[in-house]
Ligand binder design. Structure first.
Ligand code: PXG
Length: 447
C-alpha cells in the first residue's frame, strides 16, 4: 500500500481503524460505524464526511474558549520553534514560572503555589500524594486514609479510581489503593428533582464525614477529595451548604480538603473557579482541561501556602517532593496556557458564562416534561437531562439520543441514561436553542 498524503492522513477516512485501541469506547461497534472529526472552528466541528456539528460538550468539557483560536495556535507554534522542550527537573524555563504566577493571581486566598502535570488524572494523583507527604512532613504520618465520594470521577490513575466512585471504572482493577473510604453521593431525585441550580435538600450528607472520623479517628485521615459539582457521573450539583459543611468538618479534624476542579475550573460555572463560585476555600485544587482549552495536554495542582511551606523545612539543597513528570510545565503547554488565559480575559468569557447561565437554565429546564425525561438540572453552563432507562437496557436510550443528535448536527455527551451538556463559553443563545430543540426532537424519535 502506498503512503497516504498528509492531507489524507488528517482529513479522510483511514484505511485501517483496527490498530487504535480507543478508551471508554466500544471499539468494535465504533469501528463499524466510525464518527471522525477533522476540523473545528468556533462552536462547530466538521466531520470526515464534511458535516458541521454544533459542539454541545466543549470537546470533553475542555474547549471553553471555543475552537480554532488563532491566538492559541500562534503561541503554540511559536514556542515549538523557540524551544520544544526543557528538562523539568533541576532546570526551568521562564514561561512555566510566569504561568504559575498568573494562575495563582486568578485563585482566591492563599492557594498560592502550583505544581504542573499533564492531565486531570495526574493532577489528582499529585494532589493525593501531596496530601500524604504533607502530613508526614508535619510529623503526622499516621494520616494515610483518603476519602472520596460515591459517583465521584477523579480520572483513571490508581489514585483517582480508588477515591472515585464510578463502579465501572473500579470493578475491573483489583484492590486499588488501600485505606480509602467514600462519602455518600448527594443525589436523590425524590428530594431534588428538577432543581434549578443548587438543591435545597442534602447539606446534611456532609455529616457522614463525622461518621468516618468516629470510625477511624482523625489522626488516621489525610484528605477528602470531591468534585464541587460531580460532572462525569451525570451532573450532581452540590446541595446548598454541603461544601461549606465539608470544609468545617475538615477544619475541625485537621483533614485536608481537595477540590477537583478539572471541569469546574476556568469559567464553567460563570466564575473563574468553583472556589470563587461557592466561596469555599479548599487546601488543594486540581485543574486541567480548560487550563489550555484542550489544545495541548496540561494539568496543575494549586496548594495553599501552609501546604507548600510544610515541605520547605529541611535542608535547602534537599529535594522536598519526590514527584514530577517529564512534561511538568512543558514549554508548549505553558505557551498554550498563557494564550488561553489572554483569550479568557480579552473576551470576558467567564463573565459571559455567568450572563448566559439564566438563559441556559431555562433552556435545560424547558425539557422537563419532554418524552422520557425524569430530571433536568443545571449550574453555570453545565446541564443534565436524565432519562427513564429502557427496561433491561440501561444506557441504550441515551445512546440512541446521542446518535440521533449527531446525525442532526449536534454533539452531546451521555453517561448512563443521562445527557450531559457543557458548551464552549462562546455559545450563543441561538446555539442553545438549536441544541435543546435537537434533543427534544431526538427524544421523540428515540426508543
Ligand atoms: N477529575 C475530574 C473531575 C474529571 O472530570 C479527570 C479528573 C481526569 O482528567 P483526564 O485529563 O486525566 O482525563 C476528569 C476528566 C465525561 C468525561 O464525558 C469527563 C472527563 C474525561 C473524559 C470524559 O464526563 N473528566
Amino acid at each position: 500500500m502506498s503512503e497516504r498524503s498528509a492531507a489524507a492522513r488528517y482529513e479522510s477516512m483511514p484505511n485501517d481503524l483496527e490498530p487504535y485501541w480507543m478508551g471508554f469506547t466500544p471499539n468494535r461497534s465504533f469501528k463499524k460505524n466510525p464518527r471522525l472529526l477533522v476540523s473545528a472552528e468556533g462552536m462547530h466541528y466538521t466531520t470526515v464526511d464534511g458535516r458541521k456539528i454544533i459542539d454541545g460538550t466543549a470537546g470533553l468539557w475542555c474547549v471553553n474558549a471555543g475552537h480554532g483560536r488563532k491566538e492559541i495556535t500562534e503561541a503554540v507554534s511559536a514556542q515549538v520553534g523557540r524551544m520544544e522542550y526543557a528538562p523539568a527537573f533541576q532546570m526551568g524555563h521562564p514561561a512555566a514560572f510566569e504561568l504559575a504566577a498568573r494562575l495563582v493571581q486568578l485563585m482566591p486566598g492563599d492557594l498560592d503555589h502550583v505544581f504542573f502535570t499533564n492531565s486531570g488524572s495526574e493532577s489528582v494523583d499529585t494532589a493525593l500524594k501531596i496530601a500524604l507527604a504533607y502530613h508526614r512532613a508535619r510529623g503526622e504520618g499516621t494520616r494515610t486514609r483518603l476519602i472520596g465520594r460515591e459517583r465521584g470521577y477523579h480520572g483513571v490513575g490508581f489514585g483517582g479510581i480508588s477515591v472515585g466512585g464510578m463502579v465501572a471504572n473500579r470493578k475491573f482493577f483489583g484492590a486499588m489503593l488501600p485505606g480509602v473510604d467514600h462519602l455518600p453521593h448527594t443525589y436523590d431525585r425524590s428530594k431534588m428533582g428538577h432543581s434549578k441550580g443548587q438543591p435545597e435538600w442534602g447539606a446534611h450528607l456532609a455529616d457522614d464525614l463525622e461518621r468516618l472520623v468516629a470510625l477511624h479517628d482523625a489522626s488516621n485521615i489525610a484528605a477528602v477529595i470531591v468534585e464541587p459539582v460531580a460532572c462525569s457521573t451525570g451532573v450532581l450539583v452540590p446541595p446548598k451548604g454541603y461544601l461549606e459543611k465539608l470544609r468545617a468538618i475538615c477544619d475541625k479534624h485537621g483533614i485536608l480538603l481537595i477540590f477537583d476542579e478539572v471541569i469546574t475550573g476556568f469559567g464553567r460555572l460563570g466564575a473563574t473557579f468553583a472556589v470563587d463560585y461557592f466561596g469555599v476555600q479548599p487546601d488543594l485544587v486540581t485543574v486541567a482541561k480548560g487550563l489550555t482549552n484542550g489544545a495541548i495536554p496540561m494539568g496543575a495542582v494549586f496548594a495553599r501556602k501552609k501546604v507548600y511551606d510544610a515541605f520547605m523545612q529541611g535542608p535547602e539543597n534537599a529535594i522536598e517532593l519526590f514527584h514530577g513528570y517529564t512534561y511538568s510545565g512543558h514549554p508548549v503547554a505553558c505557551a498554550a496556557g498563557h494564550a488561553v488565559l489572554d483569550v479568557y480575559k480579552k473576551d470576558g468569557l467567564f463573565e459571559r458564562a455567568k450572563e448566559l447561565s439564566p438563559y441556559w437554565e431555562q433552556a435545560i429546564h424547558s425539557l422537563k416534561g419532554a418524552r422520557n425525561v425524569i430530571d433536568t438540572r443545571n449550574l453555570g453552563l453545565i446541564g443534565a437531562i436524565e432519562l427513564e432507562p429502557l427496561k433491561d437496557k440501561p444506557t441504550a436510550r441515551a445512546f440512541d439520543v446521542f446518535l440521533r443528535c449527531y446525525d442532526k448536527g449536534v454533539l452531546i455527551r451521555t453517561t448512563g441514561d443521562i445527557i450531559a451538556l457543557s458548551p464552549p463559553l462562546i455559545v450563543e443563545k441561538s446555539h442553545i436553542d438549536r441544541i435543546v430543540e435537537t434533543i427534544d426532537t431526538s427524544l421523540k424519535e428515540a426508543a
